[in-house]
Design a protein around this ligand. Structure first.
Ligand SMILES: [Zn+2]
Length: 453
């Protein structure tokens, strides 16, 4: 069982039960609604006349108030803010959202990290997450590992996989924490097999496809654990136990709901938008916050015996292509392309083109190779039914190029980018300044309709 003992301690009960947890959630929800309404000008307006004993009737919120006037959400004096986080919003507006944490908020996160990591094997962990500033996710995790007698090495995002492999060996690290796309690049960089076997890899910060998990496990000879969290959830939200069948939610601090497009609650097992309420946050609580992430609560209890519900996440709701033949999630491109054994990573850009949608894919490979890889890439992309049907029907144009490994990878969360951010290079391949050093050895434009090839 993971986290149950830690949560029982926080609730002041000897053994955690579902009943005790629900009672705690009801009480802390009433408290946070009362406190937020009294302390924050935004919530005073937003929560006017609500009944906190009926959680399903509370109004939703999204990231807009965090971008427009974040100080209006603050529930403590500004002097009590220990960390302010400024984040790019994932929408196309290009605005930034701000979040504030008190010392107690950061302490809660460290406490969660320490409890969650106690079940993830390893004693010397390379942390490939942003950790340069105090209170950042990497710094909090490093402190948490110290509390359970482990050593965390702050590495930061991976831009040069070979150099990171060198540091894993030099530090004698036996475990890794990092973003899925960056861990895939690491796993498929020559020499990855020489640093293992490791004891664990924890993936965080983005959804991870099945072939990606399998590739990381194979390269490092160890189990992969998934973690879900974002700044809004105090960085930590849910983590897998040893069974690795869904991420157990930090339910003393977070009330998690899954809702449909109309805001109606969905049954366990149904995919929808993840909505979170931060039950114990002091500085800037969020109440029924629509995360924009797609997920579901897994039905039934985990075989580990925990009473904590399990979450499965499959990426951003707006990260999808709408085609006349259906929608294609970025996660579907991940599933199809990560299965290519030579793929380090890829970029996808899409937008309106002449006669329909243009999807532009740039694939990164370990080394230049024969034409065969282009054929493999083509059949992987066209293996997605909605893509194949739209392409055959002439409503989707596909551009694809394969680059030999560029000098640097673009770190962080994967997105489907707007076309203008990823222009087609004059030679017909795709590229931006950071891939300019990569050698394009194969490129195709799937411009023809079925029957013309
Ligand atoms: Zn479990």
């Amino acid at each position: 069982m993971i986290l149950d003992g830690w949560i029982a301690q926080r609730l002041g009960v000897s053994a955690l039960t579902r009943g005790a947890l629900l009672e705690w959630q009801r009480r802390t929800l009433r408290e946070i609604v009362a406190r937020a309404s009294a302390a924050s000008p935004f919530y005073a307006r937003h929560l006017i006349g609500v009944d906190p004993s009926e959680p399903g009737t509370l109004p939703f919120m999204d990231l807009r108030p965090l971008a427009e006037d974040p100080l209006a959400l603050l529930c403590v004096p500004q002097g009590a803010v220990a960390r302010a986080a400024t984040l790019e919003t994932s929408g196309t507006r290009g605005s930034r959202k701000r979040l504030f944490f008190s010392d107690e908020d950061l302490e809660d996160t460290k406490s969660f990290f320490a409890a969650g990591m106690a079940h993830v094997p390893g004693s010397r962990t390379l942390i490939a997450m942003g950790g340069e500033r105090p209170g950042s996710v990497g710094a909090l995790l490093g402190e948490a590992l110290g509390r359970i007698g482990r050593v965390g090495f702050a590495e930061g995002p991976v831009s040069d996989p070979s150099a990171v492999l060198g540091r894993i060996a030099a530090l004698n690290a036996d475990s890794l924490v990092g973003v899925p796309a960056e861990m895939l690049a690491l796993a498929r960089t020559p020499g990855a097999g020489l640093v293992g076997p490791l004891r664990s890899v924890l993936l965080s910060g983005d959804a991870a496809s099945r072939p990606l998990v399998a590739a990381v496990e194979a390269a490092f000879g160890c189990p992969v654990f998934r973690h879900y969290g974002m700044a809004e959830t105090g960085y930590g939200a849910a983590v897998e136990c040893a069974r690795r069948e869904g991420m157990h939610i930090r339910e003393a601090d977070l009330l998690v709901e899954v809702v449909d497009g109309e805001g109606r609650g969905l049954d366990d097992g149904e995919w929808g938008e993840i909505v979170v309420t931060t039950l114990t946050r002091r500085a800037l609580p969020l109440i029924r916050y629509r995360t924009g992430d797609e997920g579901r609560i897994l039905p039934g209890p985990c075989r580990c015996g925990s009473v904590l519900r399990r979450l499965e996440v499959r990426g951003r709701l707006d990260d999808r292509l709408t085609l006349p033949t259906g929608t294609v999630r970025l996660g579907e491109l991940d599933e199809a392309l990560h299965a290519l054994p030579w793929l380090l990573g890829f970029d996808a850009a899409a937008g309106r083109g002449p006669g329909g949608v243009l999807l532009r894919l740039t694939l990164y490979s370990v080394s230049s190779s024969e034409l065969e890889r282009g054929r493999e890439a083509e059949s992987a992309v066209l293996g997605i039914p909605a893509v194949r049907d739209a392409w055959r029907g002439g409503t989707l144009r596909l551009e694809c190029a394969i680059h030999r490994r560029p000098d640097g990878l673009r770190p962080g969360k994967k997105r489907i980018l707007p076309l203008e951010k990823f222009p087609s290079a004059p030679n017909g391949s795709c590229g931006t300044s950071w891939t300019a050093s990569g050698e394009t050895f194969w490129s195709f434009h799937l411009l023809k309709r079925s029957g013309e090839r």
